[in-house]
Write a protein of this length. Sequence first.
Length: 277
Amino acid sequence: MNRKFIFLDIDGTLVTQMQAPSDYVKKAVRSARSNGHKVFLCTGRNMPIIGQDILEVGFDGVIASAGSHVEVAGKVLYDCILPEETIQECLDIFHKHGMYCRIETPEGIYTDPQMEALLQTVQADASNSELIRMQKEIEAGIAIQPYDRYPKKGAYKICFTSRDLESVEQTKRYLGGRFVYAVHPYADSSSCFNGEIIPKGIDKGKGIELVCSYFGADLKDTIAFGDSMNDYEMMQTAGISVAMGNACEELKKTADYICKNVWEDGIYYEFRRMKLA
């Protein structure tokens, strides 16, 4: 088999609900690398909250912050921080529409206190791994700082929550020309809608292209695993796309294959089926 370049989302794909990677997943990643394949994290998380238990599995590189930061073997290939003027403009628009925000920077995460309060009161849709992750971060006591400690030096991206979808749609009139909105799945009775905005031209798919360019690899030799709509561009870019069994329905419709759920070690069994490990 030709050497493959494999890109793995973290939440809802590599791990479930802020848990450590399972022994089966560790075995799959390490076996694939020992067989000569390259394996990369491709996540919406910023670098400070990619846990050491995940990094210790062993990867050839990381695409973080939904494509805003790319590094291979510790070498930074790309790092795009939005200027503070843009961040404040976005925050002002979201806040005027009654939405709460989370700012992800190279230093850490800063959030509106109202957002944390809202997250503690809602029931996440089972396929909304991003909302579940944010809730689990609060439960685990992960160091997320209040907005008043935000250093205002720019950020990679902004996540948002809203009590209604109409408010989200209204903000697109101001920001939709410059940002891609990824709105995550929600239950029919949801009182919390969450998503993120990512600058146009920056996404996980562009991160894959950059990694392939660095190694001189062909996109047809790439395989992407994901579960949520911030994985959409990654799945469209890769030569082969695999949606987790627990993925949202919109993503499953675009995937070449659907594997087992994350809690069933879907990566492990799909790696074996593809003869990667």
